[in-house]
Design a protein around this ligand. Sequence first.
Ligand code: GUN
Length: 283
Amino acid sequence: MTAQLIDGNALAKKIRAEVAERAAALTARGKQPGLAVILVGDDPASQVYVKHKVNDCETSGVRSVLDKYEATLSEAALLARIEELNNDPTIHGILVQMPLPRHIDPQKVIETISPLKDVDGFHVQSAGALMVGRAGFLPCTPYGCMKLIETTGLSLKGKNAVVIGRSNTVGKPMAMLLLQANATVTICHSNTADIGQYTRQADVVVAAVGRRNVLRADMVKPGAVVIDVGMNRNDEGKLCGDVDFAGVSEVAGWITPVPGGVGPMTRAMLLVNTIEAAERAAS
Ligand code: GUN
């Protein structure tokens, strides 16, 4: 392996420590930050994610409120609960874990969350703020990816960056953040004829598709920074990303592992957004 590993666990730990300091300062002023986490149904992966988020709050001095509901919860009841949390001055961030049961419209739910408490950064107002370079909340995964890229010391100014994937939660906001950092940005997706044609020119590649081996060694420019957002299982049931790690790490200059790369940073940036929301409310 020639690439240097970008250690998401270590960076997330450092960020959690900074969050803890800021949380302590707010708490000393009687304004402890609070995050509400809503889980509807019993999706096993969602249960694990939510448990981690609540644990992260505890270790960082952020108060968390966990609302668990049966999968039969009505959309109206969920929206009413969100309105209640919007009006609760002790709650600064609201996160509704996705996916939701099929009878609940996720977009309606996201748009009911006050943009001032939208710590997921999924609200249309947050997306618009990012688009025009105004202060809002950044979606946690792309925000974390930018922090990971920063650790390499690479200046993005004038560099070629390729994002593989165009989701509203990762691909699109990731491209906007890279653009704001003055990179020349290309978005590849399922209809792109030859993804390698673009990635071979790229100084930075962010793979966010949700499919194994989307990025292979022959598609990477030597020395490139490779960020792997994917969370998949291989044939042996082992967690793996979108990048062929063994092959690409022989060509890239920097690479994030899965697990231990983007995942812990997504959780860390949720805490950062929650602290930011609490500080804004306190000022
Ligand atoms: N489900 C999987 N990832 C996420 C996330 O970042 N936020 C929310 N709300 N749900 C998710």
